[in-house]
Design a protein around this ligand. Structure first.
Ligand code: WTA
Length: 646
């Protein structure tokens, strides 16, 4: 460790308690090099298989014979691993603690009850004709039925596609169409921070563009009166009357699809990231155990929404595979007060708490008092995910929330990676605030420069993975070529993450953020192309260019440059209208912070927008705009600088 650098050593109690201590980590790193087959076979033994695999790993990242297969002749069922196998010993243990938006309401569901409910929902889906391989879209708030619906799909071999409840009808429609779901599971309404989310109304709107949907299953959350289309819509409560609470699990091949989750890239519409059954569950459950040093029965709370990958892997699949008590939280960190997180921790004696830097920064702004008035003594370990955490926020989380008792695991990963790849291990890794530290055993990170030259030692570059891990996505749903060209052609033969990173002299990684046209707003991933395409859909807009800029709380904010059609006059009303338009087109979290009207956009002579310049203007760093001589019309830059907003 270099001199003067802040390094927090592994606490003694963690070094002695943790299964993955320093010696175990070194042993695993060496083992996976010396005997990969043996190492990956042992990892698979953590699951219950109907047929244990004999073929362990078969991977090529080269275009000529590209394929990724893990445990390919193994047979198993994910819901059995998350439910049935715990029943004998832990049937009466709480599986799900549900904390509603209203701080006075929470419910508990045991493994036995969850098993019965999953079987019922599985039988309801079967009665609707859903079969192995069919896609089911889930558009639910954070209620236990969201986990139930996912596991019910897994039980019968249906492929779920969960769409975050904050997405607009239009975004929902695109996702239903892309994977051709015939069934949508939703709720009458959601409730977040005291505000109603009109989920069923959004579904109705979306389905105007989705004639293929035959059935909508509606869970009653608020019991509001909602429109029900006869023959298409039915309440889940009615459908499950008299339905058996037993359902035979479908035997699934390890490489059968488990779920699709849409995520934004730098170009085009969102991609359906496809994860499969065996490798995904091995990786989600193993990382949940080692990264959080998890023991069955401990209360684990990941605050992410089930609509994002973090919710899939660390609210549902990882914890339940490990017989956890997992918390599903419907609300937001600052409702009814900004002590809410810590009050929930105290109420349910949460031991491991995992959240996003944006929430930490927002709470930090409100000072220490709302934290300090709660006990938090149940917490042993803290985690973060989703975006880089600045050392200041890290230290506040460490000192104020964790009282310098609790290690912080800053976990780096992506929708595409299924679960964590770079993270400290609490009983093994000395921590440096702001660093995701080292790759997990078996994860092969590499930094390369723009030309693909491999960079060694302490350096900065583009983060690649040179080999596969079991939880890697297998394809983009319906577009395998897009999978290969998006991830494996920038640097042929390697998976390119889209992230930049620095590696220090200790081999620690410091993720610096996306190097492509993806922006990360409050941990929500958005493609600039998506927002631009929403903007040009507005009748007043001729052209739009969107960039991210540093934002104190959200990590990044959205800055849009818009040129208007010839007959349209710029106005404050139009500016507000465009923000609202993006909200409605994509979802509230995608609304631009700033909209600047521009007479023209900076383009090269070949017509390419020079985003580098736009980024500098958005960041208000206009003293050095770099070389503008290649612009078709250098004068537009002065105009943009002068009319900067915010
Ligand atoms: C960013 C979320 C820094 C990164 C699990 C990545 C992070 C993108 C971290 C994936 C972290 C995630 N430190 N950056 N600990 N974790 N990211 O697909 O840019 O929603 O590429 O998956 O979030 O976002 P996604």
């Amino acid at each position: 460790m270099s001199e003067g650098e802040l390094v927090i050593p592994v606490p003694q109690e963690w070094a002695s308690r943790a299964k993955m201590n320093a010696a175990a980590y070194e042993a695993a790193v060496q083992r996976v090099e010396a005997d990969p087959e043996g190492y990956w076979t042992e990892l698979a033994q953590r699951l219950d298989w109907i047929k244990f695999p004999t073929k362990i790993k078969d991977v090529s990242f080269n275009r000529e014979d590209f394929h990724i297969r893990w445990y390919e002749d193994g047979i198993l069922n994910v819901s059995v691993n998350c439910l049935d196998r715990h029943l004998a010993e832990r049937g009466d243990q709480t599986a799900i603690i549900w904390e509603s938006d209203d701080p006075h309401i929470h419910t508990f569901m045991t493994y036995r009850e969850l098993h019965a409910e999953v079987c019922r929902m599985a039988n309801v889906l079967k009665a609707k004709g859903v079969k192995k391989g069919d896609r089911v879209t889930i558009y639910l708030p954070m209620i236990p039925q969201a986990a139930v619906a996912m596991l019910a799909c897994a039980r019968i071999g249906a492929v779920h596609s969960v769409v975050f409840g904050g997405f607009s009808p239009d975004s929902l429609a695109g996702r239903i169409q892309d994977c051709d779901s015939k069934i949508v599971i939703t709720a009458d309404e959601g409730l977040r921070g005291g505000r109603v989310v009109p989920l069923k109304a959004n579904v109705d709107e979306a389905l105007k563009e989705c004639p293929g949907v035959t059935d909508v299953i509606v869970v009653r959350r608020t019991k509001a009166e909602v429109n029900m289309v006869p023959g298409r819509d039915a309440y889940y409560g009615d459908l499950k009357q008299g339905v058996s609470d037993q359902c035979d699990p479908e035997p699934m091949n390890a490489e059968d699809p488990l779920f699709i989750l849409y995520t934004s890239g730098s170009t085009g519409k969102p991609k359906g990231v496809l994860h499969t059954t065996g490798g995904y569950l091995v990786w989600a459950s193993w990382t949940h155990e080692v990264v959080f040093d998890y023991r069955p029965g401990e209360v684990f709370w990941c605050t992410a929404d089930i609509g994002w990958v973090t919710g899939h892997s660390y609210v549902v699949y990882g914890p339940l595979a490990n017989a956890a008590t997992t918390v599903i939280f419907e609300g937001v960190p600052n409702y009814p007060t900004n002590s809410r997180f810590w009050e929930v921790v105290d109420t349910h004696k949460v031991e491991i708490f995992y959240t996003a830097p944006t929430a930490i920064r927002a709470l930090m702004r409100d000072g220490d008092e709302p934290v300090k008035k709660t006990s938090r003594k149940s917490i042993r370990l803290l985690g973060t995910v989703g975006e880089p955490i600045n050392p200041e926020a890290w230290l506040w989380y460490y000192k104020v929330v964790g009282e310098e008792r609790c290690p912080i695991v800053d976990t780096w990963w992506q929708t595409e990676t299924g679960a964590c790849l770079i993270s400290p291990l609490p009983g093994c890794t000395p921590l440096k605030p702001g660093s995701a530290t080292r790759p997990l055993p078996g994860v092969k990170c590499q930094l390369v420069d723009a030309d693909g030259k491999v960079l060694d030692g302490a350096t900065s570059g583009n983060l690649c993975l040179t080999d596969s891990w079991p939880g890697q996505m297998r394809t983009v749903y319906g577009d395998h070529e897009r999978f290969i060209s998006t991830y494996f052609t920038t640097y042929p033969g390697k998976y390119f993450t889209g992230d930049g990173a620095r590696r220090d002299a200790d081999g620690y990684y410091w993720i610096t953020g996306r190097v492509d046209d993806v922006i990360n707003v409050s941990g929500h991933r958005l493609g600039t192309a998506e927002i631009e395409s929403a903007l040009v859909g507005h009748e007043a807009v001729a052209e739009a260019a969107v960039v991210g800029f540093p934002h104190d709380i959200k990590g990044q904010g959205i800055y849009a440059f818009v040129t208007l059609k010839a007959d349209v006059a710029p106005s404050d009303i139009l500016q507000a209208d465009l923000k609202g338009w993006v909200r409605r087109e994509i979802g509230p979290f995608a609304a631009p912070e700033a909209v600047q009207f521009a007479a023209g956009l900076p383009k090269t002579r070949s017509g390419k927008i020079m985003r580098r310049i736009l980024r500098k203007i958005a960041e208000n760093d206009t003293s050095n705009l770099g070389d503008t001589s290649t612009l078709a019309d250098p004068a537009v830059v002065d105009d943009l600088v002068q009319n900067r907003v915010g």
